[in-house]
Design a binder for this molecule. Structure first.
Ligand code: C2E
Ligand code: CA
Ligand code: CA
Length: 851
């Protein structure tokens, strides 16, 4: 296939379509994805910032309120000089008066207390039942820390702690030192509540003297509640942690204090990465991985939990009193955008699905559109390969493809018709509708083996029949012959017309000798009755060449051998000839003959023999006919019947004819000079049509006459009747020219050509030679009805010589004499003899009769 590197129409159209689609889809997807990401970034940023700000603000307030309250307490103590060495009664009363208000407005506040420089302590603690209890250590309690059941000093004591010194407590010492308000570090309450606490601390100055520290505990756990509430509303996970990554508050369930792990011993705060919430855990882990230097500012980052994307923001939270924490917020993509990501994904899936569906539809539609083109192409390919039976393409519904298909079908049908016609022409003989030679060979090639019998039937002298009947009637004759053949032989016979006048008959089942002979007889019988033609019935003679028992599966070879057998039958006039391998030699000899003839021409081995032409009245010799003989040293004396046909076929006749003509002219001049022949002696020389139809002939003849000095009136040229009906203008022209020169023209073998006589008046001629066959037919009984009589009658008005040929008996002379035939020629008078024997051998010369 030369089309290997070419792509199909379908691919050529669909591929760019699909590529464009994919690229477009890809670009849109890319841009969309970019836009989406941008949007997600924007929204997440805003949301995270908003949430962080919210938490920040809340946390700030959460811490500020107790801090301010504590500042206020410390200021009032100092301002109102409530501190008295060893007695906290005034402070207790001040606290007491403030407490109910403070506790209600600032719910995260837990313990409010005061530690004095002389180890005094007074404080109130919020209890679970919303009551508050008093704690005092001063002179009134003998400097022991007494925790009462109620909020006044009474006998109802919960517990007493000895040797308690507030000044060494972690909330006192740093403030005593810095004398500035501050936050304590976070500490875990060692009680069962597992709460973590942060204390707001403030120094108390009375009369510019540092007298103690006020402490307000903030229970951070209450902030957890806020964060949980926030999570409930926003679904954001929030966690707050310190610089050690330990949790301060978070939005997930559970506390922040460890029950004991490898990383956090019991009572310590949990690390952020130990959080129960996988979201917070992931966020914290990711945050930890970030470079420490990056920790200082806001950090936005992304984590993945359960295939969901989480956006995270960690923001430092600081205040001027020593809090240095971080707020982490995590928010999930679905939460952030609601259904948007799902819808987005679904939209892509639907888009993709629709696109695939679209491509599918496109593919089907395109297939339908191109189907006629594709099928046309394939049909064309079939046609090109000579497969004429392939189905024709269907036109479909598209205007242009329909046009194409219609045009193609029309063209293909025309082609098919032409091809069929051509094949019919090739395979069948157009005239007889029998097989042609090729048709026979082809149809026999379908036979398994050739072991039947081949008959080649050649019509004798068909050329003459053709010439005399005219082509149309001769064609009718051939058709009639074909019909007879068809009607006689069985349907399994292969009948062909393999040449103008040759029929072939192959009988596959005829094998044995007897059958073959029977069939041959049947063939001959076909021609025993004449064929009725419009004017007259025509008798047709045939020769048959037979091939059988021949070992070749090739009908062409059979036919060649049949042809040899037929030639043999014709040459031998045996009518039937069986092919024998030796015959091939004969035909080969023909070819060799041509070579020999060429040599003979070179050696001038062709000589004319002369046969006298006699006046039938007086017996006087009026002239002679020059008849060519081949005097071969190897072959002996070869008669013209053996070499003239070969010479005519091969074109050598022109040279041979010329040699004979030259010699005849020389001999005539010589004969007249020597007195052998009278001065008006007329020498007849035979001319082949091939010579007469040559432009060279006339100048050649003039040259011969000039050289030999023969008078044109001593020369007659014989032209066979059957050969000149071709109406060849050159022949006619030459004949006219010959006549002008004064040369006689004789029509030879007159009558055999079945000539219609109508053309006779066109021909310039001086002499008619009645064919030997008619002379042979002459008998006394039907003399007047004889063809010779008819010819003689017909020619009465014309000034032509009539010469009867082939007179062998005295009786024939007698009959011709009765019919007033003036001249004759034949063995009765003399056989053709060489010049030098002339006239010694002239025998049986009829002397002029008296009457
Ligand atoms: P044709 O021109 O009809 O010549 C007459 C033939 O009849 C000669 O045969 C002659 O020998 C033969 N013949 C004459 N009298 C009798 C007779 O009483 N009985 C019988 N049975 N035959 C007789 P030939 O010489 O064998 O020539 C045969 C044909 O060869 C000639 O027929 C002519 O057509 C052709 N031919 C001979 N010489 C030439 C030639 O030089 N040029 C050409 N083109 N054709 C020639
Ligand atoms: Ca002759
Ligand atoms: Ca003749």
């Amino acid at each position: 296939m030369p089309f290997n590197k070419q792509i199909k129409l379908k691919t050529a159209v669909l591929l760019p379509f699909v590529i464009i689609f994919l690229v477009t889809f890809g670009v849109i997807a890319f841009v969309q994805k970019g836009n989406y990401e941008q949007m997600v970034q924007d929204i997440s940023n805003k949301q995270l910032t908003y949430l962080t700000n919210n938490v920040e603000q809340r946390l700030y307030n959460f811490l500020e309120e107790p801090f301010l309250a504590n500042l206020n307490l410390s200021h009032n103590i100092g301002f109102n000089r409530l501190y008295q060495k060893g007695n906290t009664k005034k402070i207790e009363d001040f606290f007491h008066s403030n407490f109910s208000v403070l506790y209600q407005s600032i719910s995260q506040m837990d313990v409010v207390g005061f530690g004095g420089i002389n180890a005094e302590y007074v404080g109130f603690r919020k209890e679970l039942d919303h009551n508050y209890t008093l704690m005092v250590q001063d002179r009134r309690t003998q400097n022991q820390l007494v925790i009462y059941q109620n909020n006044t000093i009474s006998r109802d004591i919960r517990s007493v702690i000895e040797n308690y010194d507030p000044r060494i407590r972690p909330w006192y010492a740093p403030v005593a030192e810095s004398q500035k308000p501050m936050w304590s570090s976070i500490y875990t309450n060692a009680d069962e509540r597992q709460e973590i606490t942060l204390s707001s601390l403030s120094p108390v100055f009375q009369d510019d003297q540092f007298v103690g520290v006020t402490v307000t505990d903030v229970k951070i756990d209450t902030f957890n509640a806020f964060l949980r509430e926030m999570k409930h509303q926003t679904e954001a996970d929030v966690y707050i942690f310190d610089e050690e990554h330990r949790l301060i508050a978070h939005s997930s369930a559970g506390g922040v204090v460890s029950w004991g792990t490898s990383l956090s011993p019991k009572g310590a705060r949990l690390l952020t990465t130990e959080n129960a919430s996988p979201v917070i855990k992931a966020s914290a882990q990711r945050f930890k991985q970030l470079k420490p230097s990056e920790n200082t500012t806001n950090k936005n980052f992304v984590t993945y939990v359960n295939a969901d994307r989480y956006f995270n923001k960690v923001t430092p939270f600081k205040d001027e009193f020593g809090v240095h924490w971080y707020i982490g917020v995590s928010i999930s993509e679905p939460m952030l955008l609601g259904e948007v990501p799902y819808n987005q994904r679904n939209a892509w899936y639907i888009g993709l699905l629709i696109s695939i569906f679209g491509i599918g539809i496109g593919y089907i539609a395109f297939n339908r559109i191109t189907a006629p083109i594709t099928s046309t192409a394939s049909a064309a390919e079939h046609l090109a390969r000579g497969d004429w039976t392939s189905p024709m393409p269907k036109s479909g519904n598209i205007y242009e493809t329909s046009l194409l298909v219609h045009a193609f079908n029309e063209m293909a049908n025309n082609l098919k018709a032409s091809f069929k016609a051509l094949r019919t022409q090739l395979v069948y003989d157009s005239l007889t509708k029998l097989y042609s030679r090729e048709g026979l060979v082809e149809s026999c090639s379908n036979l398994k083996n050739l072991n039947g019998c081949l008959f080649l039937i050649g019509i004798d002298k068909f050329r003459d029949i053709n010439d005399s009947l005219g082509h149309q009637l001769a064609d009718q004759l051939l058709i009639a012959i074909a019909q007879r053949l068809k009607s006689i032989f069985a349907s399994d016979a292969y009948i062909a017309r393999i040449g103008g006048d040759e029929f072939a008959l192959y009988l596959p089942l005829v094998q044995n000798e007897q059958e073959i002979q029977d069939e041959a007889q049947r063939i001959l019988q076909l021609f025993t009755t004449p064929y009725s033609m419009p004017n007259e019935p025509i008798a047709v003679n045939v020769s048959v060449g037979i091939v059988h028992n021949f070992d070749s599966s090739n009908m062409t070879v059979w036919l060649r051998n049949g042809s040899i057998a037929l030639s043999n039958a014709k040459l031998d006039s045996t009518r039937i000839s069986y092919y024998a391998p030796e015959m091939a030699g004969v035909s080969r000899k023909r070819t060799q003959m041509v070579t020999l003839l060429k040599v003979a021409i070179e050696k001038r081995e062709f000589v004319p023999f002369y046969q006298p032409i006699v006046d039938l009245n007086s017996g006087e010799v009026l002239g002679a006919e020059a008849l060519a003989r081949w005097v071969s040293p190897e072959l002996g004396l070869v008669p013209p019947t053996e070499f003239i046909p070969v010479a005519e076929e091969s074109g050598l006749i022109n040279t041979i004819g010329e040699q004979i003509l030259v010699q005849a002219c020389i001999d005539t001049v010589k004969g007249i000079e020597e007195g052998k022949w009278a001065f008006d002696f007329r020498m007849h020389v035979n001319l082949s049509v091939s010579q007469l139809s040559s432009y060279l002939f006339l100048p050649q003849l003039e040259e011969i006459l000039r050289v030999t000095q023969l008078s044109p009136s001593n020369l007659a040229l014989e032209i066979t009747e059957s050969k000149i009906v071709d109406n060849d203008p050159i022949i006619l022209n030459n004949m006219v020219a010959l006549k002008k020169l004064g040369i006689h023209i004789a029509i030879d073998d007159f009558g055999t050509g079945y000539s219609s006589l109508s053309y006779l008046h066109k021909l310039p001629f001086d002499c008619l030679k009645i064919d030997r066959a008619f002379v042979l037919q002459l008998n006394q009984d039907h003399l007047e009805e004889s063809i010779v009589a008819a010819i003689i009658n017909m020619m009465k008005g014309f000034k032509v010589h009539l010469i009867a040929e082939g007179i062998e008996t005295q009786e024939q002379v007698e009959l011709l004499h009765q019919l007033n035939c003036p001249q004759g020629q034949g063995f009765l008078f003399s056989k053709p003899i060489p010049y030098h024997e002339w006239p010694t051998n002239l025998v049986n010369m009829r002397q002029k009769t008296a009457n």
